[in-house]
Design a protein around this ligand. Sequence first.
Ligand SMILES: [Zn+2]
Length: 362
Amino acid sequence: MISRQDLQALVDFQQSENLVLSVYLDTDLSRQAKERCRLVLRDKLQQVADKSLAQDVSRIERFLDYEYDWQAKGLVAFSCHKCDLWQAWPIEVPVPTLVFAAERPYLKPLTDLLDEYEPYGVILVDQEGARLFRVELGEIIEESESLGEAIKRHKQGGWSQATYQRRVDKQIMQNLKAVAEAATDLCKEHTCATLILAGADETLAQFQPLLPTHLQKAIIGSVPADMQSTSAEVLSKTLELALEDKHKKEDALVLQAVTAAAKGEAAVMGLADTAYATREGRVRVLVVEQGYEAPGALCENCGYVAPTQGQKCLFCGHSMRPVGNAVDLVTQKVLDSGGKVRVVAGNDKLAESGHIGALLRY
Ligand SMILES: [Zn+2]
């Protein structure tokens, strides 16, 4: 399980002399044999072969042989034997096999994934209590229960029907209030920027107004489910809703950036302007098309990434080194400066507007 803290530690990882081996491995055995996974990896490892990485290569191979259980869809690992770095995480979402050797952990595929599968909370509620879930990277990372008092389904003693019904209604309301409190506590502990409700429509209609306003605003929708639903069922129903919501938010973000850039407001579109704004540290949110790559050049003196090769640095006049993919470098710099990166798939407007753009700080 990769947390945001783990990611931040890798972003902050600093050293200068040694290479870090970054491995993303597709280990989805429902689509391919284990041997095939390993073959693809071996091939990619050979492509980045560097003598200084021999121990890191054997570390990952040893891990695959003796430690990894091959149950997850993918694996992400970072190794730098000489600088005492070893991290390996199974992940429950599909990942392509990629290998990189660089002075720092190569994080873009990972940030892409974290971005695509934004964490969310689920409150599965009925009249007697709730099950609460937190989901990250397509995986339930926490599940807890909030149980109220059981509702007696049959009239007892000498109460009139009306008295009995009032008592039942009161108990249900008490249970729902307790759930709302439990959910509020959970969301104090962890950020719940996105919430999904699950349960019967009637119960959810009663429950939702009991949540504090900021949590009501975080709700992106609801799915039908009951207390007997398995965790896997809850996960698959809510993941679908979360992805729909993600696409809606991305469309809105792209529209905002394209519109603001066209009006000359605090936004830019296209690699040239985005790279320039990145060098100035002005990028607040980078919007980049999934899989977009473009060659460019890097100024090793001041860090400017240019979309064209064979020129002097616009900022310091130093000569520039050609790079195969300037997009990755821009992304890395935005992350370094504390900006957000949103990777967007299948958005025509972004494709027409240069595949990359940014909302700026000023
Ligand atoms: Zn420069």
